[in-house]
Design a protein around this ligand. Structure first.
Ligand code: IVH
Length: 681
């Protein structure tokens, strides 16, 4: 970052802090606001964005740091009077026995007697606070000490009572898991299908996204439910001696308590419950990811106490991610819009981890070789983090003799069959043919996408058709479509051609940043396109800028600068740009109001870790994109991580850790949607 840019940011931050304070005073104290709320919000947002890009310049007295006073804060913080703890894990029988032995050794008594076995529900922990029998607050776990107030959203859950019977204690904090039943999840995806929208990946992440809705009426449509499994603060409740009695008591108050709970008297019997879970998981109408074993007597729970993270009186047995075997029918290669050739497994469809899997990426040539999977093999597949399907290994015992190794194809799968070349240290192959229809298809779809030129009615199938018919050979052809001929094609009525033409016409008014996104320049993401457009203001200036000038822009590093320069140096690209409509070539960066609006704080309060390369971003760029939307993007996964985004060649340790901690794992498309909507898939 240049010193000038840092100075400018510091100066503007000081200005904004002063302005916001001035308007706060007028609004709150003097009651004579000078500017509309929307303008005030813009000032606040600009400050938030600057602070996100320059955390070191955030002043402790900044109006953005004043808890509770920020009208745009999505969810207010809630301090848990009794911390919401996590659980230690046991992954096999020995670890379960070891936990029991450790616990017994800490106790004065010989044994801890009974254990309670519960299902481990795969949702998110929530605390409900009832005062005088009325539900007054619901909060997420957050970091265990401070969560978020989601009362309005939880009030829409049909299984959660708003009022308890008259005998309810003065204060009762109930803890449990909010989850999305499988039927609700399937119905939601059926609705997505019907609307032509992307499907949600799994019930747990969807439940989390549904609870974080700004608008509770959306939460209400999601069919969420809850199981209660413990209590926090209680004042004026009855004396109970055991955990099982607590559950019975909660049940008697009309709170949802899961019926699959079992009281047992030995670790052996607890293990039997765990084993039953393995089969039960397939029959339950909701997802579980294990079992929780708890010491029943509350006095012994007290004696055992907790570590800083988890109680010693309970342990979670985590079921392994579901694995299945299936046939590897073939390995194909797909070509990305920037020419990258990615091998993927074509599988005999198999139901695993809650959905049917028929394809799985194999990332690159080295991964295929390392895993030694060959077309014709029986392979083991699973869902990494229960989201991304993954081919783990071949079942060697089932390999037909003489099955040949798979060899990376030498040429691109498109009819031009141009060579696929592997570059330097990068394990990836590329097709470098600029007129490759496979790449072209990706590029046109990218150009027409919502975050680029946003051309409705130009979907995947039409793009494919127009390319096949030779109507489109590069993006500029979109603006010179032969409508007379299109009208004669099957499935194109007068109205649908008019709609398409209108949508294309409207796209000419898109601002410069959108055009830059559409040009599909390597390493450039939405945020960097906005930075370029804002700083240089016109396509002409961007095209004429030197690498040094580009790299001088705040937020643009040398890799992006190189890439932008290289793109505009190319004769082919220059010709394409010359053929674009004049309105687009002269597109301006959008007005400041619209610009601020275009970066809503969708990731506020979230911590997103990225591993591996993403197509649309550089490593720095993705961090900037997260921060610009209010999120944090540290280098490592922890229990505070909201989600791990996995790109090409991800780090195994981050993936492992995320899986162990149950952190949702997203692919690039899901990440893109998270950025846009703030909703986890
Ligand atoms: S008891 C102090 N019981 O698992 C212990 N937790 O990995 C509090 N969970 O944060 C937890 N089912 O969100 C408990 N039957 C169950 C559970 C359960 C799911 C979740 C809970 C917790 C996480 C820890």
């Amino acid at each position: 970052m240049t010193e000038g840019a840092e100075d400018r940011a510091e100066h503007r931050i000081a200005e904004l802090v002063e302005l916001i304070r001035y308007h706060d005073q007028l609004y709150h104290t003097d009651d004579v606001p000078e500017i509309p709320d929307a303008d005030y919000d813009l000032l606040k947002r600009e400050l938030l964005e600057l602070e996100a890009t320059h955390p070191e310049l955030t002043r402790p007295d900044s109006p953005t740091q004043t808890v509770g006073a920020d009208p745009s804060t999505l969810f207010e913080p809630v301090e848990h009077r009794v911390p919401m703890m996590s659980l230690d894990n046991a992954f096999d029988r020995d670890e379960l026995s070891a936990w029991a032995d450790r616990a017994k050794r800490r106790l004065a008594a010989e044994d801890f007697g009974g254990l309670v076995c519960e299902l481990k529900f795969d949702g998110l922990a929530v605390s409900l606070r009832y005062e005088d029998g009325r539900l007054v607050q619901a909060a997420t776990r957050g970091n265990g000490r401070v969560g978020e107030d989601i009362t309005a959203n939880v009030l829409t859950l049909r299984t959660v009572p708003h009022r308890l019977p008259a005998e309810a204690p003065q204060v009762l904090e109930v803890r449990g898991e909010v989850y999305m039943p499988l039927a609700a999840f399937d119905a939601l995806n059926a609705h997505q299908d019907a609307e032509g929208k992307p499907r949600y990946a799994n019930p747990r992440n969807t439940a989390a996204g549904s609870l974080r809705q700004k608008d509770p009426s959306i939460t209400a449509t999601r069919g969420l439910s809850m199981w209660c499994y413990s209590v926090g603060e209680v004042q004026g409740g009855p004396e109970v001696a055991t955990h099982s009695a607590t559950l019975e008591y909660l049940d008697s108050l009309g709170l949802p308590v899961n019926p699959e709970t079992a009281a047992v008297d030995s670790v052996d019997a607890a293990w039997q419950f765990v084993e039953r879970c393995e089969t039960m998981r397939h029959d339950l109408p909701y997802e579980i990811d294990g079992a929780v074993i708890k010491v029943d007597r509350l006095d012994l729970q007290q004696e055992l106490g907790s570590t800083s993270r988890a109680p010693r009186w309970a342990v979670a047995y985590k079921l392994p991610p579901e694995e299945q075997t299936t046939g590897l029918l073939d390995i194909h290669v797909s070509i990305g819009s920037k020419g990258k050739a990615t091998p993927f497994a074509v599988l005999e469809p198999v139901f695993v981890g809650g959905s049917t899997v028929a394809m799985a990426t194999l990332h690159n040539e080295d991964q295929v070789r390392e895993k030694d999977v060959r077309p014709g093999d029986t392979v083991v597949v699973r869902k990494a983090g229960d989201v991304i399907p993954e081919v783990l290994r071949p079942v060697l015992a089932d390999r037909p003799s003489g099955l040949p190794e798979w060899v990376f194809p030498e040429v691109c799968p498109c009819p031009h069959q141009q060579p696929l070349t592997r570059q330097g240290g990068d394990a990836a192959h590329y097709c470098r043919f600029s007129r490759c229809p496979e790449q072209l298809r990706g590029w046109i779809e990218h150009f027409a996408a919502r975050n680029a030129l946003d051309i409705e009615h130009l979907g995947e199938q039409r793009v494919r058709l127009f390319i096949d018919l030779g109507f489109i050979t590069d993006v500029s052809d979109i603006y010179a479509l032969p409508y007379d001929r299109i009208r004669e094609l099957e499935g194109f009525g007068e109205l649908s051609v008019a709609n398409l033409a209108d949508a294309i016409e409207a796209s000419k008014q898109q601002p410069l940043a959108r055009l830059l996104v559409g040009l599909n320049i390597r390493h450039l993401g939405d945020t960097t396109c906005e930075l370029l457009a804002d700083d240089l203001g016109s396509l002409d200036r961007i095209m004429g800028a030197s690498v040094e000038e580009l790299a001088d822009i705040d937020g643009i590093g040398p890799i992006i600068a190189e890439s932008v320069h290289e793109f505009f140096q190319s004769d082919v690209n220059q010709e394409i740009i010359q053929r674009l409509p004049k309105e687009l070539r002269e597109a301006k960066s959008s007005d400041p109001d619209a610009e601020a609006e275009s970066l809503p704080q969708t990731l506020e309060g979230m911590t997103i870790v990225v591993t591996g390369g993403l197509e649309g971003y550089t490593r720095d760029g993705v961090g900037a994109a997260i921060k610009a939307r209010g999120g944090k993007s540290p280098g490592g996964v922890s229990s505070k991580t909201t989600a791990l985004v996995v790109g090409e060649n991800p780090g195994a340790s981050k993936l492992d850790k995320a899986e162990k901690l149950g952190v949702p794992i997203l692919n690039e498309a899901q990440f893109q949607r998270l950025i846009e909507t703030g909703e986890l898939p």
